[in-house]
Design a protein around this ligand. Structure first.
Ligand code: ATP
Length: 306
């Protein structure tokens, strides 16, 4: 059974249709990147999963428990870092975490508290007021409250928003550590972030699910990049399924081409055979891949055209 099951989720804010027909499943242990431009519906989806918002249509289940019908069961299994975590600037870190543990009914267990503190690297900041911490450390406090009860599922809404590059690296490493014990959905619009951390991306645009695939499936293409020591454009163009050949560079006597093929063509073996037949020297031959950024742009353009 998938640990997160979302089916036909929709949300209306008055006349605004923020989500429509969103369905996906997440298996135990996955780190999922929930992506989309501003206003796409990421926060709405996460708030529904965390039980902070009722869906207008559809269902969501965490470990088999419906988020609307069985909120307590869900809350025990889920940790949530909201986009703007409400932290109390005058409270010391430890005081705040103790308060959150009590509010949530987390058993009075020093081990749970110290695991959350050490897990997020807050051990040397316990007596500092939250307001005196850097933004990166405040984000750690938000994460610490989300993991206090060792949840099976963690929902993190833009955890690196507004952080500097060093802090982003720290939070990224932290998310990877947390993934050893939890299934994670993390929303962001920083795409390299997803490439660095996630196994799978779920892309929403205008409240609808546009893509749900493993990262390598999203970014792989049928195209190839090849570098040879001859003018090979004409020869490469004759291969079966090739749509176009573009010269993309020249160095050390080698010409580099991007060979664009129709879907599902296995270009590299054909190019290798051709090179042997024509007696070309090969300096490079590999499948081409797209960046997540270009996948994202294409989806956005398709959406705008539709
Ligand atoms: P961002 O990246 O900017 O945080 P998002 O993908 O998280 O965006 P949501 O916050 O889920 O998007 O918003 C989806 C849509 O719903 C937007 O059009 C937004 O303006 C609208 N919306 C969100 N909350 C409310 C609300 N409380 N009342 C009315 N409309 C809302």
């Amino acid at each position: 059974m998938a640990i997160i099951e979302v089916e036909g989720l929709a949300k209306n804010y008055g006349p605004v249709r923020a989500l429509s027909g969103v369905s996906f499943q997440v298996e135990k242990g996955e780190i999922i990147g929930l992506l989309g431009p501003n206003g796409a519906g990421k926060t709405t989806t996460m708030k529904i999963l965390a039980g902070y918002l009722q869906p207008s249509e559809g269902t969501a289940r965490i470990a088999g428990h419906d988020v609307v019908e069985e909120p307590l069961e869900v809350q025990q299994r889920l940790g949530y870092l909201p986009e703007n975590a409400p932290l109390y600037p005058d409270m010391a870190v430890q005081e705040y975490l103790l308060m959150m543990a009590e509010l949530r009914g987390v058993p009075n267990d020093r081990k749970l508290l110290s695991d959350a503190i050490f897990g997020t690297g807050l051990q040397n900041h316990l007596t500092k007021p939250i307001g005196a911490l850097s933004k990166g450390f405040r984000q750690r406090v938000g994460l610490a409250q989300a993991i206090l009860h060792k949840p099976e599922v963690l929902i993190l809404d833009e955890p690196t928003n507004g952080l500097d590059p060093n802090q982003i690296l720290e939070i990224r490493a932290l998310i990877q550590r947390l993934a050893q014990h939890s299934t994670i959905i993390v929303s962001t619009h920083i795409l390299p972030e997803v490439e660095a951390t996630c196994h799978r991306a779920i892309i929403v645009m205008d409240g609808e699910l546009q893509a749900d695939a493993k990262l390598d499936e999203l970014t792989s293409t049928s195209n190839a990049v090849v570098a040879v020591d001859k003018d090979a454009k004409a020869g490469l163009s004759t291969l079966k399924g090739v749509r176009s050949v573009e010269e993309i560079g020249k160095s050390d006597g080698f010409r580099r081409y991007r060979v664009v093929a129709e879907k599902d063509q296995e270009l590299c073996p054909m190019i290798f055979d051709l090179a042997r037949k024509e007696d070309w020297r090969l300096a490079e031959l590999r499948p081409d891949s797209r960046t997540l950024e270009s996948v994202f742009r294409e989806l956005a353009e398709k959406g705008a055209a539709a």
